[in-house]
Design a protein around this ligand. Structure first.
Ligand code: AMP
Length: 293
């Protein structure tokens, strides 16, 4: 296929999810032309006004939409809707049918991310990147004068996709890990091969549950539930009531970050981590900071 390129880099962004909105804001005015596909008008209206006016509304997998978005001349396609398989399908179509030089898909489920990565697709997995960020920060907190780092007592609250991934990794790294979740089926995400820690079923909002989960001897508490308020409350209780030396939290709303920092809570926002992940892919492809033209 002969591709006619415009002088500015053309990036097609499929999905007005929080990650899509973060990317749109980061990439707009960075030397590239953005074409944004939103599933609904309501979602498109979340974009900055200048971008909302030009957004296309509909299903990005519809052939007419692919044509309208200009996939045949795009330099990059970032599929960031909230459907893992749809993102992977769109990215595969972009690479195979339209020969777009850079395609990348948001895949939230680490198992799927692995599978799609094995197919040669560039994948950004929020849970994997967020886990890596928590691990990096934990290492920075406890870095001893000389390696190896001592085995830490770590309490992880929430055993969903993020908490279980993190617990498996921390346990495989040799730490004594306790995991709490109020839903006992969530604990089955822990790996039978690598997780050698302790599991507690209960609501982490209850101090008795935290005591059962050995919070009193913990070196580090990481709150990874899907609720910002629960994570804030658990980390505050850990620090103020149980004097845990280091606390970290997943925070969905990036606007809360300064407040958490002021309260002494180290926080990681998965949305920002994923936006950084996509920008890093663009930077590697273009050799420019921010991934612009
Ligand atoms: P995910 O969003 O997939 O990382 O999952 C978040 C996990 O947090 C789920 O397994 C929830 O059951 C768990 N969770 C949410 N609130 C609480 C709570 N108050 N106490 C313990 N676990 C919780």
């Amino acid at each position: 296929m002969v591709r006619e390129r415009e002088s500015a880099r053309q990036i097609v962004l499929a999905g007005c999810t929080p990650i899509g909105l973060g990317l749109a804001t980061r990439l707009d005015g960075n030397g590239c032309t953005l074409r944004i596909i939103a599933r609904t008008f309501t979602r498109a209206l979340l974009l900055p006004a200048a971008l909302a006016d030009d957004a296309l509304v509909g299903d990005p997998l519809e052939p007419t939409m692919m044509e309208a978005a200009g996939l045949d001349t795009a330099d990059a396609l970032l599929a960031v809707t909230n459907h893992d398989d749809g993102n992977a399908a769109l990215a595969l179509a972009g690479a195979r049918l339209f020969a777009i030089p850079l395609v990348a898909a948001l895949v939230e489920d680490p198992i799927r991310a692995d599978a799609y990565g094995n197919l040669g697709l560039a994948v950004v997995c929020t849970e994997v990147l967020t886990t890596a960020e928590f691990v990096r920060r934990a290492r920075a907190c406890f870095r001893p004068a000389k390696p190896p780092m001592k085995s830490l007592a770590i309490l992880i609250v929430g055993c969903g996709r993020l908490g279980s991934h993190l617990a498996n990794q921390m346990s495989a790294d040799g730490h004594a890990v306790v995991v709490v979740d109020r839903d006992d089926t969530a604990l089955s995400r822990l790996s039978a091969e690598v997780f050698s820690g302790y599991r507690v079923v209960g609501d982490a909002a209850e101090p008795a549950v935290l005591r059962r989960a050995r919070i009193e001897g913990a070196d580090l508490v990481i709150a990874t539930t899907d609720d910002d308020n629960t994570n804030l409350m658990v980390t505050l209780v850990a620090r103020r009531v149980f004097a845990v030396p280091h606390v970290m939290a997943r925070v969905y709303d990036p606007q809360r970050e300064p407040m958490y920092r002021e309260l002494g809570i180290d926080c990681v926002c998965p949305t920002l981590v994923a936006v950084d992940g996509f920008c890093a892919l663009l930077e590697r492809a273009t050799g420019r900071r921010g991934g612009g033209a």
